[in-house]
Design a protein around this ligand. Structure first.
Ligand code: ADP
Length: 297
């Protein structure tokens, strides 16, 4: 697959007086599965819709290999944004039968794979004769997943694809995603707030917070340098002296903190402390909490 680079430079977005994205820079190289994580209202949908030219930025530019995506069909053919169908009454979709919704997608996406769409519909047990308004939240999620996978777009973006799915279907989705990724090397950006189950699938994690990219890093490397240190307060303080700490919690004389080690940094394990690994949700909570006060001013 062609080596494409999707780039955001100086992206700003305001809705009225509310500034949602603030001079945001982001580079997405092809051939990876990215996870976009951020709290509700952080601006994930806004960012993804700007990336795919479905929403104009207030400032800045999005390009693929240097070419602007805005109103540029030559570039847009490489992008699919399968957004969450929040309400089945949205945009006149309600009365549409599933098969007509998929038909419209097949016309819209130039690399559409009908065979794959048919297989996925079967696998998910979707009734294509049903109107969209009669689908459950989970079924609507499945439709967005069918569209995303069958679009075969080199850059495929899914906004909260698993939000409506139960744990079995979430697993099924990640399995299908990995299969498609290993067969084609397509690039996927998946936004989700259900972080933990996704952490094995997401090669890189992008954290959006306070209108900016707080972090973009290989998921396993990030988890590998983050630890929870606990013990007596005095020992913990000694073990992490000179380190930036997140989420301090005190209980009596005990304390626990989270540390994200930069290269060359070490926890002093000669102190009487317990050092434990953390999972991706904990890294996220720690890092976002820390910056909360500063951003909400
Ligand atoms: P996320 O996807 O991370 O939950 P969104 O991008 O949907 O965040 O929203 C970010 C912020 O922008 C929220 O405060 C939301 O209320 C606001 N917002 C989103 N879309 C609009 C819109 N069309 N008009 C006004 N405000 C909006």
């Amino acid at each position: 697959m062609e080596n494409l680079i999707l780039e955001c430079r100086g992206i700003c977005k305001s809705y009225g007086r509310k500034e949602v994205l603030k001079d945001l820079n982001l580079t997405i190289e092809s051939g990876k599965i990215y996870g976009l994580i951020g709290r509700n209202g952080a601006g994930k949908t806004t960012l993804l819709s700007i990336l795919t030219a479905q929403n104009p930025a207030t400032g800045g530019e999005v390009t693929i290999n240097g070419k602007p995506v805005w109103e540029n069909e030559e570039v847009l053919k490489d992008l699919c944004f399968s957004r969450e169908i929040v309400s089945s009454t949205q945009n006149g979709i309600a009365a549409m039968k599933v098969k007509n919704y998929l038909k419209a997608a097949s016309v819209y996406f130039p690399y559409w794979d009908q065979g794959m769409a048919d297989e996925l519909v079967k696998e998910f047990g979707l009734d294509i004769k049903k109107p969209m308004s009669k689908l459950s939240k989970g079924m609507l999620s499945m439709v967005t997943i069918v569209v995303a996978l069958a679009s075969k777009a080199p850059f495929t973006i899914l906004d909260e694809p698993v939000a409506g799915l139960d744990v079995f279907m979430r697993r099924k989705f990640y399995q299908l995603l990995l299969e498609e990724y290993s067969n084609t090397g397509r690039t996927f950006i998946i936004s989700t707030h259900i972080i933990e189950e996704a952490s094995d699938v997401l090669e890189e994690v992008i954290m959006l917070h306070g209108g900016k990219i707080l972090l973009k890093e290989n998921t396993q490397e990030l988890i590998g340098r983050t630890f929870c240190v606990s013990g007596l307060e005095s020992e913990v303080d000694r073990a992490v002296r000179n380190l930036k700490t997140y989420m301090p919690e005190r209980t009596g004389r005990g304390k626990r903190v989270t540390v994200v080690l930069n290269s060359g940094e070490k926890i002093d394990e000669t102190c009487d402390v317990t050092v434990q690994p953390v999972n991706l949700s904990e890294v996220f909570v720690a890092m976002c909490n820390e910056t909360e006060a500063a951003y909400e001013k």
